[in-house]
Design a protein around this ligand. Sequence first.
Ligand SMILES: [Zn+2]
Length: 449
Amino acid sequence: MPHTSPHPYNNTPSLTAVTSSFAQPRAAYRTATATALSTYTTDPLQWTASCIPTVCNIQDILAPTLRRSCSAWAAALHNGSDGSPLDGALGNWEPVVTSIAAATPPTIEGMSLAFTTVITPLGSARATRVKAWRNWCTVLTWAATRSALDSTLPMDTSTLQAMLWDFTSLGASNSTLKSIVDAVVSRHREARLPSPVQGPLAYSRLIRCLARVLGRPRSHKQGITRDMVVSLLRSNPPDLLAFRNKTATITLTLGCMRPSEGAAALSCDLVFNSDYDAGLRQYMGCTTLHTLTRKQDQERKGHQMRFGVATDPQLDINYQLGLFMDMAGTRPRTDCNRRPGKKCTVCPPLFPKLAKGPGGSWVVPARATPTPALVSTMVTSALHTIGVHSKAFTGASCRMGGLTVATEAGVPESILWMQSGHAQDRAARHYVRLTNPDRLYDTWRAFRL
Ligand SMILES: [Zn+2]
């Protein structure tokens, strides 16, 4: 008779009896962390708001210990989110570089240090670096809590499995676990150490296992349709705020833009009659909207959206954008310093933040740069005015809708890429040089305005 060992989890409660409260295990984990860290520091612990308890000043607390116990301590403690002085310079890098260069000794060490602090961090977007560091703090917090600091970097497979199990039992979501795995893998790559998830197959298999247990159906979002754009163009906004919301929503949809791109746009990025002024007389009244950075365009080749003149004057977005700028007083300034590839430093935002003025009317405040979240609110508020209240519509609905309408109308990917940075086919991303800008109006034309 073969010997069968009892399964270690024979007493697992049936699935229907499992409750989904993670409050108690999380509180217990937090206490364990606080106890473990009390041996390293008497400083107060700063907790992040993430679902897995994470101490964000963990770097300072663990630095002396890691320097002693971990051979790759420098990589384990490197906070890439510190960023570069050039973050957000958007093309205006000359003054920053000149002043740093003046203070840099002309030695190999000095110049190499300048390169690694100023240029190297720009290898990935700042938001990506901040997120990667936060996830690594979660890993370091865990390692300190479970006495695993000496197997953190490099990390072995069983340590990684133990950590993922621990986080799963604390109710971490699938996306959180995936970003934790990504943080571990990228830390090993940076430190040139063998990763606990070696090879592309091992990675995808691990991610798939996690998704099978914890995956959730994607929340269903919808794109803005042509009919909604037409209703918005025809609507009569009661005040400046509603007018801004409406023009922002239409522009973002026709231009297949993300809220972050709408938030970054300045009034001088919208150029009236640019093709007309280049001698192409059929484009009178048309506009070009320049976008300096897109998610897929960190090298800042730039994208240009074209907005043509509608047959029905009521449906003309160019006219409405001009009118909005006149009413808000946000036309480009006379001392505008916009140059190709460089962000202007004086002109107001295209879709500014608004504040209540003394007379109760909406005015543009001194600091009027909107956040991407505010631009998303502009979109949902504008949709409310035309009776669209569904939660399936968010700021992302503009880009989704614009791309849907353009794709259905057969606009080729090479053209979409030049305007919106969208192309499944990587080859389409290579610059197609057009001698005639007419094709760039195809996306706008798809809306049949
Ligand atoms: Zn300007």
